[in-house]
Design a protein around this ligand. Structure first.
Ligand code: GFB
Length: 306
């Protein structure tokens, strides 16, 4: 079958893929190659000559990071994606999977979010730069399929979390930020400050599930249109915080900081396509996923990414 190259291997999903231990897999991290530099990734691709690529590398963050770094997230992701897909094409990669996120869908559209609605309106303003850059992954993959018959597919996961997350308090996603903040509140015996009203609803997916689904898609999915990876189960931020607090054994006060953004109220996703292919796939329940993430965080503190 040849080699599989994983870009962005130092991150959340890269870590989960390593745990699966797939054969003939080469892991590329940000430290090794700057993917915004075409010559570097092109030379690396030509040297490794993978037949398959799991393209995870991206400049990402939670709502805080997206609002502050809109320009940087746009620039960096456009460059990374353009370079990786083009160097893969040049060296004859047979199959490539890349990732968007349900936050790149239009802000105003009918629910649940369906793959076919991706370009039907502007994204939520809180992640304007990131969303437009990520949408171009679908455009580039489709254009390459049309002209060069490249079997490049795109997955759309919901908010991913798990071990080896980015635990940054200001730029990170809600679950790792809350686990980290709750840990500090416990340590200093202080209130746990939560951003926004706690009312927004989100769907979360554990990183191990994404690793399994990515590996399945490489072997079994070849549609031009993207595929949503989600359980379709929503949870409110308030219920999520209470779950994190209980797994961390935090019994202090919760403060909802209304000066911080709520973001989009909800973004429920349509799982029909995934279920057509994988009717029996079992997603990790959020209680179990949060427990594993908390355990990993506590064990690996203070050597983690934050
Ligand atoms: O993970 P998050 O930043 O991503 O979650 P989004 C934001 C939601 O969690 C908002 C609340 O409703 C926040 O008010 N929240 C509560 C917090 N406490 C915190 C906290 O400490 N940190 C953070 N970050 N949020 C992102 C997109 O949107 O979704 C990205 O901006 C990305 O582009 C990701 O694609 C999947 O779900 O709002």
């Amino acid at each position: 079958m040849g080699k599989t190259l994983v870009t962005g291997a130092g991150g959340l999903v890269g870590y989960a893929i390593k745990q699966l231990n797939p054969p003939d897999t080469i892991y590329l991290t940000r430290k090794e190659v700057d993917l915004t530099d075409f010559d570097k990734i092109d030379a690396t691709m030509a040297h490794i000559r993978p037949s398959r690529v799991i393209h995870l590398a991206a400049t990402v963050g939670g709502i805080g990071g997206n609002m502050i770094h809109s320009g940087e997230y746009f620039r960096s992701n456009i460059m990374i994606n353009t370079n990786v897909l083009e160097s893969a094409r040049r060296c004859g990669v047979k199959k490539l999977i890349s990732f968007m996120s349900t936050c790149v869908f239009p802000n105003t559209c009918t629910y649940p979010l369906n793959e076919k609605d991706l370009h039907n309106g502007p994204p939520h303003p809180s992640n304007f730069g990131y969303a437009y850059a990520k949408r171009m992954l679908e455009v580039q993959s489709s254009a390459y399929r049309n002209e060069w018959n490249c079997d490049y597919i795109v997955a759309i996961p919901t908010n991913i979390y798990g071990p080896n997350d980015d635990w940054n308090l200001s730029d990170g996603h809600v679950i790792p930020s809350l686990i980290h903040r709750c840990f500090l509140s416990k340590k200093t015996n202080s209130d746990l400050v939560v951003w926004g009203s706690g009312k927004p609803l989100r769907e979360f997916v554990f990183s191990d599930d994404i690793a399994k689904l990515a590996s399945w898609a490489l072997d079994n999915y070849s549609e031009d249109s993207p595929i949503i990876f989600s359980s379709g189960i929503e949870i409110s931020i308030r219920d999520l915080v209470e779950l994190v607090a209980s797994k961390m054994k935090f019994d202090g006060k919760l403060i909802f900081d209304s000066t911080k953004p709520d973001g989009q109220y909800r973004k429920p996703s349509d799982t029909t396509k995934l279920r057509k292919y994988l009717p029996d796939f079992v997603f990790t329940p959020i209680e179990e996923g949060i427990e594993k993430s908390v355990d990993w965080f506590v064990t690996n503190y203070p050597n983690l990414r934050k």
